[in-house]
Every structure is written in structure tokens, then in C-alpha cells.
Design a protein around this ligand. Structure first.
Ligand code: NAP
Length: 309
């Protein structure tokens, strides 16, 4: 007999919504997290596009409320890093931690989210935590009244630049093309923000500094010109990659490693579901993550009923 009917891996919005729905459905369920619930939302300062909060809400508060709501029901929580996942017989899935601890369940929802990509230039690794950052809400306050660079042109780069503009003196938003990828409303806010200067068609080739960041070496892709731009901090938002490396190869993924599911959120392996940013899909928002968490539980309920478990 497995420990649980359902194990939910990951405590971001998708996992917390799944935990809430599983608890309310009366499933014997557990939510596992490496540390504590939250996920990437914790690194978002202010959220204006999650329904129900007309004045906006901080990422921290939103996740805190989601966790509190889940805890009103019976879903267990365990600090348990999942290192591998394998079938033990036909209807039992075994989750294993790096230290060899195990946990078993009839069904699993993978809600492990995604992590920021590295830029992959000299100086980035050496200066990580010494001026190079992937989280503006975490590290922005260290750069009060200083000059920083933000690399990227997507929603994250623009949203985090807007957050940083409340703290720092100036932001160079460095983008490799002549058009931002971010949604229009974010673009418009960036264009009208006097602290944000966009450097178009530009790539960072190197981050310079020893004890801290001193400058970035920039190249303009159109003119071919290179120069050193003095900055004290570099915030990198050049996309994300899914936290799916621990999943077996039998679970189908797209070319970038995002898990492919059907509309019930079931993966190519029966009994294993996926929800949130780790899933292959066109829209990555908190609102879509929570919806997928709920749908996955609905799928699990049907699966367990079908098997008579
Ligand atoms: P993203 O949408 O994939 O954008 C990544 C940006 O980085 C792109 O502008 C890309 O340039 C640039 N880039 C990628 N590799 C690069 C490299 N090697 N050197 C320089 N630039 C590089 O990633 P994201 O902004 O992290 O967003 C991830 C997902 O979360 C998206 O689905 C996004 O919509 C969602 N999100 C939503 C919100 C919100 O709703 N407020 C906030 C944050 C994130 P190109 O444009 O040239 O490809």
C-alpha cells in the first residue's frame, strides 16, 4: 500500500492549488518542497494580473495566502527533494530523495516550475552574488542609488526593471534586438520611465570586476561597436528552463525539456501529471498555473476512480 494517493512535487502556485483541490476532494495527498512553498512568484515584487486583487498584491503575500488556504484542508506537507521517480509495480510510484529517503503514491503531479537561464558570458559565474543577480526583489535593495544593467527583453526583464527603478539611480535595459518581447502594457511603462534607458541591438559579451561588478562589455550587433559600460550591478532575465531533469525519459518533453501533457494535465505516462511553468504551453502566468493544478487533481481523481483505488 503506498503512503499516499497523490504526491504533488513543488509548492509554487500550481502545486499549492493542486494541494488545495486534493485536500478538498478528500484525497490522501502530500505536497513536497525542497525548502518551503513559494516558487518563482516569491521573486516577483508586485502582481497586478491575478484576479481578485484590484490593487495588486506582492508575490510573497499571494503565495502566503495560497499556502494558508491549502492548510485549511488535509493535504500534508513534507520537506523532501525529489531526485528520481520510478514505478514500483503497476500502480505505485516511488519518489526518492538524494539521501535515499522514499515516499510512495498512486499518482504524482509534477509542479516543479522553472529556473532562470544563465547568460553564459565570462565574469557571470565569478561575480554571481557579487553584483550579478537573477532576482531583483531579493537583491535590488543592495543597489540603492546605483547604476545597474538589466539584460533581456521579455516580461521578466521589463517588470523587474520597473521594480528596480524605485530603488536604483539608473537602469540600462540591454536587449539583443530592436523590439521588446514583453507585453505592450509593460513596454509602455518602461518607455515612459525616466530611469530606464534601453540599449537596443546590444549584447553583453563580458562582465568585468573583481570584488564586485564594475562594468559590462557591450557590443552593438548592428554597428559592430564595442564599449565598456560602467555599472555596479547586472540583473539577468534571459528566459527560463524547466526543473524537469529528474524525470524519467519515458515522460515526453519538448525540445527545451518542458513536459508535454494532454488537457487533463496527464503526461505520456499514466498516473503522472504536470502543472505550471514546467509544462509545455504558450502562456506562463500565475493564473494559468493555478488552473492547471486544479485540472491535474481532477484528472487524478478520474484516474484513481477508474482504477478503483
Ligand atoms: P522570455 O519571455 O523567454 O524572454 C527572454 C528574453 O531574454 C527575450 O527578450 C530574449 O530575447 C532574451 N534572451 C534570451 N536569451 C538571450 C541571450 N543569450 N542573450 C541576450 N538576451 C537573451 O523569458 P521571461 O521574461 O523570463 O519570461 C518567462 C515566462 O514567464 C514568459 O512566458 C513570460 O510571459 C512569463 N512572465 C510573465 C510575467 C507577467 O505576466 N507579469 C512576468 C514575468 C514572466 P529575444 O526577445 O530576442 O528572444
Amino acid at each position: 500500500m503506498p503512503d499516499y494517493q497523490l504526491a504533488i512535487i513543488g509548492g509554487g502556485p500550481a502545486g499549492l492549488a493542486a494541494g488545495l483541490y486534493a485536500g478538498r476532494a478528500g484525497l490522501k495527498a502530500v505536497l513536497t518542497e525542497r525548502l518551503s512553498p513559494g516558487g518563482q512568484v516569491l521573486t516577483t515584487d508586485w502582481i497586478e494580473n491575478y484576479p481578485g486583487f484590484p490593487d495588486g498584491i506582492s508575490g510573497f503575500d499571494l503565495v502566503d495566502r495560497m499556502a494558508a488556504q491549502m492548510r485549511k484542508f488535509s493535504t500534508d506537507e513534507r520537506v523532501f527533494e525529489v531526485n528520481s521517480l520510478e514505478f514500483e509495480g503497476e500502480n505505485e510510484i516511488l519518489l526518492r530523495s538524494p539521501t535515499g529517503d522514499t515516499l510512495s503514491a498512486r499518482a504524482v503531479i509534477v509542479a516543479t516550475g522553472a529556473a532562470p537561464n544563465r547568460l553564459g558570458v565570462p565574469g557571470e559565474e565569478e561575480l554571481a552574488g557579487k553584483g550579478v543577480s537573477y532576482c531583483a526583489t531579493c537583491d535590488g535593495p543592495f543597489f540603492r542609488d546605483q547604476v545597474v544593467a538589466v539584460v533581456g527583453g521579455g516580461d521578466s526583464a521589463v517588470q523587474e526593471s520597473l521594480f528596480l527603478s524605485k530603488i536604483v539611480k539608473k537602469i540600462y535595459l540591454i536587449h539583443r534586438r530592436d523590439e521588446l518581447r514583453a507585453v505592450k502594457w509593460l513596454q509602455e511603462r518602461a518607455f515612459s520611465n525616466p530611469k530606464i534607458e534601453i540599449l537596443w541591438d546590444s549584447v553583453v559579451e563580458k562582465i568585468n570586476g573583481s570584488e564586485g561588478v564594475e562594468s559590462v562589455h557591450l557590443k552593438n550587433k548592428k554597428s559592430g561597436e564595442s564599449r565598456d559600460l560602467p555599472v555596479q550591478g547586472v540583473f539577468i532575465f534571459v528566459g527560463i528552463h524547466p526543473n524537469t531533469g529528474f524525470l524519467p525519459e519515458t515522460i515526453k518533453k519538448d525540445a527545451r525539456g518542458f513536459v508535454v501533457t494532454d488537457e487533463w494535465m496527464q503526461t505520456s505516462v499514466r498516473g503522472i501529471y504536470a502543472a505550471g511553468d514546467c509544462r509545455a504551453k504558450p502562456l506562463r502566468q500565475i493564473v494559468s498555473a493555478v488552473c492547471e493544478g486544479a485540472t491535474a487533481v481532477y484528472g487524478v481523481e478520474h484516474y484513481l476512480t477508474e482504477l478503483g483505488l
